[in-house]
Design a protein around this ligand. Structure first.
Ligand SMILES: [Fe+2]
Ligand SMILES: [Fe+2]
Length: 337
């Protein structure tokens, strides 16, 4: 068995599966979100695996497959009083969305009657069946299946159940990586701005200054996620990401003092770019656009358009802040920091 080829096939399968639904947005997710999130979680999981002495290959395979049934999840179900309906483990139940197309994954989903199951449970069944088609050791398949099952954590767990679910370090690691990606660091900021802008534009309009000034509330609300992560390495990485977001806020609020320059060249301009592209934002494509077009164009403007020395210096500093942001965002997305 050629491992690189198998991994490639799994990636293609996951990507193909995500594209089978016609809808774009459900709650805080949109079409291109799930694939980009999968790549980032996998990269972070592998890095945490190296730091914690976990099986990196196992984390690579499980990371690739962990959200394979995520797009079946529709809106969260509520009862007559508007309360979210929980299953026995404290997971929110959601409506099941039927795909418009079919493939091997949807076939397995139907065959095993997975409708109504939350995506970590259905994903585990799919993972087990898909991996069994390849030449993996049975123990490897079982371990990958267990990781996918454990990537959402039941609300209250006895010590015994915790050990059952999270006895393997890889299960802890993927849970941590999956929790970190949407909640802490610049990757979480990317998600936050796109969610916020989408709903603000639906209601009325996006208010740049209000958005920036509201960031500390959002950042501080994530501290409990950091403190509850399961491994030491995850808590370290996540705390650094939290601190990075606090610094980002300080930079952004500072930029409000010099609106004209910073909306053209700085982090405020970056925010306005994200707000202009809320339809179905693709993380990797937006990152690439910002690095290869948005930023070079502004470097050119600094040289050509800013004749006044003070304005040129402020514009240059603003461009540098965006450059730093993009460098760190890319490193986070690769699981390096
Ligand atoms: Fe998930
Ligand atoms: Fe996930």
């Amino acid at each position: 068995m050629n491992y690189a080829q198998v991994l490639n096939e799994l990636e293609t399968l996951v990507n193909e599966t995500f594209s089978l639904w016609e809808h774009n947005r459900v709650g805080f997710q949109w079409r291109h979100y799930t694939w980009n999130h999968t790549l980032r979680v996998r990269a972070m999981g592998m890095e945490l695996g190296r730091r914690e002495g976990g099986d990196v290959k196992l984390l690579e395979v499980a990371g690739t497959l962990h959200d394979i049934t995520k797009r079946y999840d529709g809106v969260i179900l509520t009862d007559d009083n508007g309360q979210r309906i929980l299953d026995r483990n404290g997971f929110w139940l959601n409506e099941t969305l039927t795909p418009a197309g079919q493939n091997i994954v949807t076939g397995l989903y139907n065959k095993h009657n997975l409708q109504g199951k939350v995506h970590h449970e259905s994903g585990a069944v799919i993972t087990e069946n898909i991996l069994a088609m390849y030449d993996f050791e049975p123990a490897f398949v079982q371990a990958a299946t267990a990781i996918v099952l454990a990537h959402l954590k039941p609300m209250s767990l006895t010590a015994e159940d915790f050990n059952l679910l999270y006895g393997n370090i890889e299960n802890q690691i993927l849970y941590d990586a999956d929790t970190m990606d949407p909640n802490v660091g610049y990757t979480a900021f990317f998600r936050n701005i796109h969610i916020h802008a989408h709903f603000a534009l639906q209601r009325s309009s996006f208010d740049l200054e209000n958005y920036v000034r509201s960031l500390p509330r959002w950042i501080n609300s994530k501290q409990e996620f950091v403190d509850k992560l399961l491994t030491e390495s995850s808590r370290e990485v996540a705390q650094a990401r939290q601190d990075r977001n606090q610094q980002l806020f300080a930079q952004m609020v500072g930029e409000l003092e010099d609106m004209e320059i910073n909306r053209k060249y700085g982090l405020l301009g970056l925010i306005e770019y994200f707000v202009s592209e809320t339809g179905d934002p693709h993380f990797l494509n937006q990152l690439n656009y910002l690095q290869t077009e948005w930023l070079p164009k502004r470097r050119q403007w600094v040289a050509e358009e800013e004749k006044n020395e003070s304005a040129r210096e402020r514009a240059q500093a603003a461009v540098n802040r965006v450059n730093d942001f993009l460098t760190l965002l890319e490193r986070e997305s690769k699981g390096e920091i």
